[in-house]
Ligand binder design. Sequence first.
Ligand code: HAM
Length: 438
Amino acid sequence: VSGNDSDALRPVKGMRDFYPADLRKRAWIFDLWRRVALSYGYEEYDACVLESEELFVRKAGDEVTEQLFNFVDKGGRRVSLRPEVTPSLVRMLRAAGSEVSYPARWFSIPQCFRYERAQKGRKREHYQWNMDIVGLATPAAEIELMSAQASFLRAAGLVVGGATSQVVFRVSNRQVLEHFLGELGITGDDFVATCILMDKRDKVAADYIVGELVARGVSADSARRILALLDVRGLPALRDAVGEQNPGYRALSELCALGAESGIGETLSVDLSVVRGLSYYTGTVWELFSTTGSVGRAIAGGGRYDRLMETLGGAPTPMVGFGFGDVVISLLLEELKLVPALPARVDDVVYPMKAAYFGTAARLAAALRADDRSVLVELSERRFKHVLKRVGELGAARLFVLGEDEMASGAAKVMFTDGTRREEVVALSSLVPGFQAP
Ligand code: HAM
């Protein structure tokens, strides 16, 4: 490392450092995620952040495949930092075979890497809360997953549902397009590629998409009808557009009915513009958006992927789940002032006034820690005023002072910070097992 402007002295582009105050915020979110997932009966798993590149290489212009953070390792293997955890989940389940009983409910909070253009709400690294249900084909699985997302949002202080709802689940189903396109002769990989193309619709001109579709053999008229389909909102309009027999329409009707019975109906909004940039989705797809704040990006995204297990060589297994990143939700919670004050905290401070008392201080702290207290030993030898200020900042309940008088009599002065300014002198032999007074 040489010079102040060396790249080595900055985080790599798109990566974040977490200073303690940042990490407390992150931990607050992770803790809510974990508590919600556990409260729904999900088991936590993880895989390695480094995987074989091949696990993520999917055809048809998949968004994630194009953004791999990949390289060749010293052994000549093509590897990649994981852009998402879903393929690792499928790989693990396939390897475990019958050792895992279905339906399985698993969750994870992986760090994921995507080599994409950094912008508001987008980094090249993020943490992503995932919950997935394995082995259930019923839309009750989707509703459970959305309910869990809603539980987290409420726990974080957002209004979910009702006239003032701050979030909305935009839901669609790929079978709507699949059957619509099937009638136009676009099937299999061409269908998947068309989905990915449609997902880019906000970023490119409509004429470009029409041109691409025409290049795939669709008439210009049909291409425009396909594009118009993405503007459909709500079940009645969808029925008018594709007919009651469309399996995607039927699945969405069932999903919305169940959502209403389950208490999250009013946050669901049928929105055909949601296609998602990942190629493996086969049925329901949804994205979570906020209705307030300045971040226009999806907070979370999920969907049903009933064929990925087969694609990776396993037995057919219905799967559905979501990924919920930490970046967008953090921006939103900050904007809405919902992040609580999260100061550094300890239970007790031990203050040896001279270096000669450090050993005794260490033994006292160890005894208090054995009682499940978090204890900071103030080793600065600084003045009492300074120490009192630190005690206040750390919100410590007690300050144990080891001064000359106390040490001479084998005691500690205990000062309580509960506003009473109560003090008492306590024999160290009653606090520290085996302590011999001088
Ligand atoms: P995804 O939509 O690609 O889905 O990502 C899910 C969420 O991760 C996004 O909504 C966003 O919150 C966050 N995210 C993704 N990329 C970035 C980025 N570059 N910077 C910041 N946040 C980001 C998936 O990854 C699927 N594997 C989710 C899933 C699980 N589907 C089924 N099970």
